[in-house]
Design a protein around this ligand. Structure first.
Ligand SMILES: [Fe+2]
Ligand SMILES: [Fe+2]
Length: 322
């Protein structure tokens, strides 16, 4: 039984509980002593942990602990630069007798992957534009197995099991609504852009079936999902006999959706659907990050600094003031 969850820990308490190892490394401190540096997780969040002053005798045992293992620790919850941390006193690997339920450790999107997939697929299948429909349904069918668990990031927004599908589905819901307001937009083109824009994250980042990403692939590091996306569209459009102009429109949406060169886009959007795609992407990422950090913040208090939100500290509106 898991006793404690990361989101509920408060500084100063002494805890004993199970956590998932997200990363682990033995390091040498400035005092020349060895320490263990861990990133631990459960389905409520992540926390870093340190075990100081490791003796030579302890090292072989600690080297048996690897990423994705569940460990049991006794630790003191501390606070450093506004972030909670664990100062670990005892640590051990778990076994069958601990009856670990992996659902306690895996962060997953709040909706069922199959239902999200069906929602997206049914929209794509229903496009009046048959070319856009065929390219989107083909990509969805080919990527279905991975979409069921793929996160949308290694860290930050939608770094969770089936996070990529959840990101696409929420953007698709917004796309349908903005097209009712901005009637100059072509809904099929915007929705096709939403469905395809991040699909190459599947080749950019690596992930296990729990939606935990150990990092970027070789092609991901060298090219990124924008360029990989352009390449993929070109290939599939050619295979399906999609008209040249439509293929280029989609490739442009892949290439420009990060908007700024420093975020990987070599060009800015040159038509309204591409411009809107970028805004929908931003809205979903920002809303996700804000919700995440506020869930960990007490009502009436300010959050820790959020790197992805320009180091802002957010305010969680007090319960009485809502
Ligand atoms: Fe992206
Ligand atoms: Fe995105």
């Amino acid at each position: 039984m898991k006793e404690r969850y990361i989101a509920d820990l408060t500084a100063g308490e002494d805890i004993t509980s199970f956590f998932l190892v997200k990363s682990i490394a033995l390091k040498i401190g400035s005092n020349k002593k060895t320490y263990l540096d861990l990133l631990l997780g459960d389905n409520t969040g992540e926390i870093s942990g340190k075990k100081w002053d490791i003796s030579d005798q302890e090292i072989p045992g600690l080297q048996r602990i690897k990423e994705n293992h569940v460990i049991k620790i006794r630790a003191l919850v501390t606070e450093w630069k506004g972030m909670k941390q664990l100062r670990i006193m005892r640590i051990r690997l778990t076994g069958a007798e601990d009856q670990i339920d992996m659902n306690d450790y895996i962060k997953a999107a709040p909706e069922d992957p199959q239902e999200m997939y069906d929602y997206i697929y049914s929209r794509a299948a229903g496009f009046a534009d048959r070319e856009l429909s065929s390219i989107c349904t083909t990509v969805l069918e080919r990527r279905k197995e991975q979409l069921m668990y793929y996160p949308a990031a290694q860290k930050n927004h939608h770094a969770e099991m089936a996070g990529l599908l959840y990101h696409e589905k929420r953007m698709l819901m917004m796309a349908e609504r903005v097209c009712q307001v901005y009637t100059n937009l072509d809904p099929d083109l915007l929705m096709a852009g939403v469905i395809l824009h991040d699909i190459e994250k599947i080749d950019e980042i690596e992930s296990n079936e729990m939606g935990i990403s150990p990092g970027y692939s070789f092609e991901g590091k060298m090219l990124g999902h924008l360029v990989l996306g352009v390449r993929e569209i070109e290939k599939i459009a050619d295979e399906l006999g999609i008209s040249h102009e439509k293929a280029v429109l989609l490739e442009h949406m892949m290439l420009t959706h990060h908007y700024e060169p420093e975020f990987g886009s070599p060009k800015k959007p040159l038509f309204p659907e591409a411009e809107m795609l970028h805004y929908l992407d931003m809205i979903d990422a920002k809303m996700y990050d804000m919700q995440e950090v506020l869930e960990k913040t007490e009502p009436g208090a300010f959050s820790e600094r959020v790197w992805t939100l320009d180091n802002r500290t957010l305010y969680r509106i007090g319960e009485n003031d809502q």
